[in-house]
Design a protein around this ligand. Sequence first.
Ligand code: SF4
Length: 266
Amino acid sequence: MFDKYNRNINYLRISVTDKCNLRCSYCMPIGGVNLISHKEILSFEEIYNVVSVGTKLGIDKVRITGGEPLVRKGIVELVGMLSSIPAITDLSMTTNGALLDRFSKPLAKAGLDRVNVSLDTMDASKFKEITRTGELSDTLKGIEAARNAGLYPIKVNCVVKESPLEPDALGVGRFCMEQGLQVRYIKEMDLGKGIFSKVIGGEGGDCIKCNRLRLTADGKIKPCLFSNLAYDIRELGTKDALSLAIGNKPESGSLNTENRFSNIGG
Ligand code: SF4
């Protein structure tokens, strides 16, 4: 479905949980955050319904995000449900990779096409410092397992302060070159201050070409990451919530004082 700025909105990013097994310094405070209560979290049937109704409005690309999607119990089952929808031609996931070694094969078998893995440094102690709880070796094992399971292409999301020329980013870039992985550099963003920029090597942050909607873990359709606009599928019904989100999608982002990255999935 085209929005009023003639952008074809065909991409739905779904945050399936606001929980995460890491505590990345640019995303979450060390003590974590107040999580969405269990009863508010969308069920698999509700998520499936949003996607299938969405396909009637032109959605054909779905990305599963979080928090960390692999901590959501039954995630492989959800992937199987979504991959069974014929109109979905591209089903992907963004993960921190810490659990990818264990999940790659079952995810690929369930119909997942590809993964984006977060990796900001090749220095193990720096990795621990940034994620506060993660091990670089786990994420690297996860990338290898994804490759072996045929989840391809594997894209690497590397968060930078200002530029891909920062030492950690250069290290990640070299690693990706050697491993035949696609790297994208994401400058640190601030929802509440409306600070964001185009993803270097990717499509995100390019408002003129923006084709995406987001579904939060508690059932809000968000037409834009940097906006407070939100349409509740439980209050409005799925079709109306999706149509209103597309119809009211802003020309470009401003700021978002309602969400955190951990509950909207970036
Ligand atoms: S800020 Fe909003 S309109 Fe711009 S690219 Fe992000 S989601 Fe799309």
